[in-house]
Design a protein around this ligand. Sequence first.
Ligand SMILES: [Zn+2]
Ligand SMILES: [Zn+2]
Length: 334
Amino acid sequence: MKCMTWRGNNNFSLDEIDIPKIRPGMCLVKIHTAGICGTDIHITQGLFPSPENVILGHEFSGTVVEVSQNVDKSLLGKDIAAHTVGGCGKCESCKRWTKAHCEVNRRRIGGFSQYVLLYEQALSIIPSNLSLENASLTEPASASLSCVEMLKPPPSNNTAVVVGNGLLGLFTIYFLKQIGIEKIISSEIDNQRRNLSKQFGADILVNPIEENLTEIVSSETNGYGADIVVEAVGNPKVLEGCFPLIRPRGQMLLVGVNPKGSKLPFDLYEMHRNEISVFGAFGQGNSFERALNHLPNMPLTNIISGRYPLEQLPKIIQKSANLEGIKFVIGPND
Ligand SMILES: [Zn+2]
Ligand SMILES: [Zn+2]
């Protein structure tokens, strides 16, 4: 089979290797679609830790082509979306935190390849009204859903600000509306992304280069600040600008992946005095299946900006790094 191996920095090699041999408790999946994520870009830029010489790609869908002896045979031939962990459901971390923190089943990626071996628990059968291509969006959707589910907004008269309208920002806007946030202010410098935020439920669209976001948030909240502020860029400088937007006892959600080693870029005295809660928000938690069932109802028009063969992955990662499009996907078996 063909796979694209990451060799450090911007280097990849297109390799021909054996299809993985089936192992107990696992299923072989033929990959239909694998999305390119901001995290893949950060890995090639050295901003997100990853071992070298691995096959990247953690947002994918495909078809089960082989199952091991002890796995439910009815999975054979099913179209699935893949959870990167697929928690065992039995260990302390699965039971007490979330399945994404499983101690037994290790995180498995490898979407930029024709086939991948996955734990049975990592597979969710896609609903009949969802395409295999859109099902590859389940991983980012579940990350947004799981993050939003950590929040405790006031039941009414509430406001949220979402800074950054890449895919995670857009999905977060959608799920904030689902949990009953009445007024959502989106802030994004790119016109295409900002306009898409409306389709996901944003009420007020701000271009922070041309407008003063802090003043707009203040006037939209009677001078108090927003109940919830989401940073969906992953940039300490942007995060610093988010802090003044929060009301006392407000909540800040860090959906964007900041570079490893970066520190909280705001006044910790003010954080203490204003009793601000900060939520780190990385993964799918226990929300993968629910996110998958939301996807058929989500406004996904114009979200997938292009589909490319495996050979073009290095070029398309560069294209994504230049913030062209919203989500580029790879079809390794096209
Ligand atoms: Zn991702
Ligand atoms: Zn577990």
